[in-house]
Design a protein around this ligand. Structure first.
Ligand code: COA
Length: 616
C-alpha cells in the first residue's frame, strides 16, 4: 500500500473517532484516510474459532473477505487504464448534511442490531456441542467446511435464516450454505448442522437448501453436500413433506442438476435416516465415514418397535454395509479428515477448468466505500442522488451513463467493479413511464451483449390514489411500461445481481429484479425496508377517509406495529426472502465476489447431456 507522506503524517496525528466525526467537515482528507486505512484481509484460522469471530468475519462482508489491496487495487492505480468512462462527481452537497447525519445514525442502529443477531444465531448450547463432539465423535460443521475448502474464503449465504419464526428460532436454519473454492473451483456447499435438533429439516432448512441449489443452477456451481441430519422435523411434517417446494424438491433438483452437468458429491458424516438418506444416495458420488455415517429409512428403535428385532446402527445401515453390500456409497473413509480429503480428490475429477488466476487491473473508487454508511437511505423520501452511491462502488468512479437526459428517475449505464464489466440499473426516484422504457432498452442491450446487470433497488411504496383523469392515464402508461420492463428482465439471459439499498416496496420492485424475478444473488442493506405499503403511512392511502377514521385506534396501532416489524431487513432475511444482509461499506467486495463466481462458467466447456447420472 502506497501512502502519501501527508497521509502518514495525518494518520499519526488523528485518531479514528475524529475521522468518523469529521468525515463531512473535511471530506477530501477523510476520503484519503479512509481509503488508506481499510483493514487488510485478516488471519484465516481465527474465523472458525468462535462465533464472535465468525460474526466479525461476516460483518466484513458475508465472509467475502477484503482482498489484499496490495495485490491489485492500489498498484493498478498507476497503471494505464484501457477504458475512459467519464468520472462521476461524488462529492456530497453541504445542504444534504442533515440527511447524511440521519442516515448515518440510522445505519449505526441497524448495523448494531444486525451484528447482535448474527452473534446470537451462531451460538450453540453447550450440551448440544458436547453431544455432537464427545458422544457422537463428530466434527463441528464449520470445522468440516474448513477441511473441505482451499482456504477460509467461505461466502456464507443467509446466516440469519431461521431467526424468530412462528415455530421458534432455528439457528442458521439448521444448515450452512455458501460458496467456496475446492481445488481452485468455486463450489456450492450445503452442510447440515447436527447441533441444531440433530440436523433435522425444518421448513426453513428445506427452503435454505432449495435456494442454495437454485444458486448452484443459476451459476453452474458444482455442489457438495455434507449430510448429517435426522430427516424431516416430524412435528412440522405437514410443512415439509407434501407440497411442490417441500423436501422432495431437494432430490428432484439433484437429478436436474446432474442432467445440467452440475456435478455433485455427498459425504455421509452422521446419521442419515429417511429423507436425509436420499440426498446421499442421489448425489453422483458418495463418501461415507466409517463408524460415524449411517443410512437407513428407519432407525433401530423403529425396527424394534415394528419387528421386535434388536439391531445395531452399523448392522442396519453402517458404512461397511453400504460400501460392500448395498453399493449406495462409493468410498469409505476411516476418519472425517480423510473423507474431506476425498471430496477434494473427487472435485479434481469433475474435470472443470479452474478459473484462471487473473490479476485484473482496476482502480479503486475515488470516494471511500466507508462513506456508504451515511448514504444508505433512512427513508426513500430523503432522496439523495443515487450517483453518490455509484461513485463509491465502481472502479475509478467511472460511469458510462446511458440516456442520461431521459427518464432520469432511473439511472442506467456501464461501469466496472474490480475489473468486471457490468450494466447498472439504479432507482433515483419513482419508476415512471419514461424511466421504465429506458430500463427495458438498457436491459436488452446488456442481454444482447452478455453483460451481467447490477440492480440497485430503492422503490417507493404503492399508492392507489388517483385524483384525476390525467393521473389515471399517467398511471396506465406507467404500468404498461413497467410490464414491458418486467418481461425484459424475466427473459434476459444474463446474470443479475440485486442489491436493495433502501425501499423494496410495491410493484416497482418487480421491475427492478426483485426476488420473484430470479436474480442470481439478492442482498439487502441493513436499513432496507420491505413491503407493499409503508408502515409509516400505511392505511390512509388505501382506506377511504371514513373507513380510516372509524378504525379503532388500538387496532390501527397493532397493525402498524406488525407492518413495522415485518418490513425490516432482519425479518426478511430470517425468512429467506434474500440471500443475506450485507453492510453498505462491504458491498463492493460482495458484488465483485459474485461477479467472479458468475464468471467461472465462462471458463468451462459443457457438452449438453439430457440424462442425469443414474446410480446403480
Ligand atoms: N424430528 C424431530 N426432532 C428430532 C428429529 C426429527 N426427525 N431428529 C432429532 N430430533 C431431536 C431430538 O428429539 C433431540 O431433541 P432434544 O434436544 O429436544 O431432546 C435433538 O433432535 C437431538 O437428537 P438426539 O437423538 O438427542 O441426538 P443424536 O445425535 O444422539 O441422534 C439422530 C440424532 C438424528 C440419529 C436421532 O435423533 C434420530 O434417530 N432421530 C430420529 C430420526 C428419524 O426417525 N427421522 C425420520 C424422519 S422422516
Amino acid at each position: 500500500m502506497i501512502l502519501h507522506t501527508i497521509d502518514i503524517m495525518w494518520m499519526y496525528i488523528l485518531k479514528k473517532p475524529f475521522l468518523d466525526a469529521n468525515i463531512y467537515l473535511f471530506p477530501r482528507l477523510a476520503r484519503a484516510l479512509t481509503c488508506n486505512l481499510m483493514t487488510p484481509r485478516q488471519n484465516k484460522s481465527s474465523v472458525w474459532k468462535n462465533s464472535q469471530m465468525l460474526c466479525n468475519t461476516q460483518l466484513r462482508g458475508m465472509v467475502g473477505l477484503i482482498q489484499d489491496r496490495a495485490s491489485s487495487g492500489s498498484t493498478s492505480r498507476n497503471s494505464k487504464l484501457n477504458w475512459s468512462f467519464p468520472v462521476l462527481d461524488g462529492s456530497i452537497p453541504p445542504e444534504q448534511n442533515e440527511m447524511i447525519e440521519a442516515n448515518w445514525r440510522n445505519n449505526e442502529v441497524c448495523t448494531q442490531r444486525y451484528s447482535e443477531l448474527l452473534g446470537k444465531v451462531c451460538q450453540r448450547e453447550k450440551g448440544d456441542i458436547l453431544r455432537h463432539t464427545q458422544e457422537n465423535h463428530k466434527l463441528l460443521v464449520r470445522d468440516r467446511l474448513r477441511l473441505v475448502l482451499d482456504d477460509d474464503d467461505f461466502f456464507e449465504l443467509s446466516p440469519l435464516a431461521g431467526y424468530d419464526l412462528p415455530y421458534g428460532t432455528v439457528s442458521n436454519a439448521g444448515c450452512l450454505t455458501g460458496i467456496g473454492k475446492i481445488c481452485g473451483v468455486w463450489c456450492m456447499l450445503i452442510a447440515n448442522d447436527a447441533t441444531v435438533k440433530g440436523g433435522s429439516l425444518y421448513p426453513i432448512t428445506v427452503k435454505k437448501q432449495l435456494r442454495a441449489q437454485d444458486i448452484a443452477m443459476l451459476n453452474h456451481l458444482p455442489t457438495v453436500y455434507l449430510v448429517d441430519s435426522g430427516g424431516a422435523f416430524l412435528p412440522l411434517q405437514a410443512e415439509i413433506f407434501p407440497d411442490q417446494y417441500h423436501g422432495g424438491r431437494i432430490f428432484y433438483n439433484i437429478a436436474l442438476m446432474s442432467s445440467m452437468k452440475i456435478p455433485q458429491v455427498a459425504v455421509v458424516c452422521g446419521s442419515c435416516p429417511a429423507g436425509a438418506a436420499y440426498a446421499s444416495t442421489m448425489a453422483e458420488e458418495t463418501i461415507i465415514v466409517d463408524n460415524i455415517g449411517s443410512l437407513f429409512l428407519a432407525g433401530p428403535p423403529l425396527v424394534k418397535a415394528a419387528t421386535g428385532e434388536d439391531i445395531s446402527v452399523e448392522e442396519l445401515g453402517g458404512a461397511r454395509l453400504h460400501a460392500r453390500g448395498s453399493g449406495s456409497v462409493d468410498y469409505i473413509s476411516s476418519t472425517e479428515e480423510e473423507a474431506y480429503e476425498r471430496v477434494r480428490s473427487v472435485v479434481m475429477t469433475f474435470n472443470r477448468g479452474q478459473s484462471p488466476k487473473e490479476s485484473m487491473k482496476y482502480a479503486d473508487p475515488l470516494y471511500s466505500p466507508e462513506e456508504l454508511k451515511a448514504l444508505a437511505p433512512q427513508n426513500y423520501e430523503y432522496s439523495l442522488d443515487v450517483k453518490l452511491i455509484l461513485s463509491r462502488l465502481i472502479d475509478g468512479s467511472q460511469f458510462q451513463e446511458f440516456k442520461a437526459e431521459y427518464g432520469t428517475t432511473l439511472v442506467t449505464g456501464f461501469a466496472y467493479v474490480k475489473g468486471h464489466l457490468i450494466g447498472l440499473v439504479a432507482n433515483n426516484g419513482e419508476l415512471t413511464h419514461q424511466a421504465s422504457l429506458k430500463g427495458s432498452h438498457f436491459i436488452n442491450l446488456c442481454s444482447h451483449r452478455n453483460i451481467p446487470i447490477l440492480f440497485l433497488l430503492n422503490t417507493v411504496p404503492q399508492t392507489s390514489r388517483c385524483m384525476s383523469l390525467a393521473q389515471a392515464e399517467d398511471l396506465g402508461r406507467k404500468f404498461k411500461a413497467q410490464a414491458c420492463m418486467m418481461a425484459t428482465i424475466a427473459c434476459a439471459e444474463v446474470p443479475k445481481i440485486t442489491l436493495v439499498i433502501g425501499g423494496y416496496f410495491g410493484n416497482d420492485s418487480y421491475a427492478m429484479c426483485g426476488r420473484s424475478f430470479n436474480p442470481n444473488f439478492l442482498f439487502l442493506w441493513p436499513n432496507a425496508r420491505i413491503g407493499l405499503v409503508d408502515c409509516r403511512s400505511p392505511f390512509a392511502d388505501f382506506l377511504e377517509g371514513d373507513e380510516y377514521l372509524s378504525m379503532d385506534k388500538s387496532t390501527l396501532k397493532h397493525l402498524e406495529k406488525k407492518l413495522e416489524t415485518e418490513s425490516t431487513a432482519l425479518y426478511s432475511s430470517a425468512r429467506l426472502w434474500d440471500d443475506g444482509v450485507i453492510l453498505p461499506q462491504n458491498s463492493r467486495e460482495v458484488i465483485a465476489k459474485c461477479l467472479e463466481i458468475i464468471k467461472q462458467k465462462d471458463h468451462q466447456t459443457f457438452i449438453c447431456q439430457q440424462q442425469p447420472i443414474l446410480r446403480m
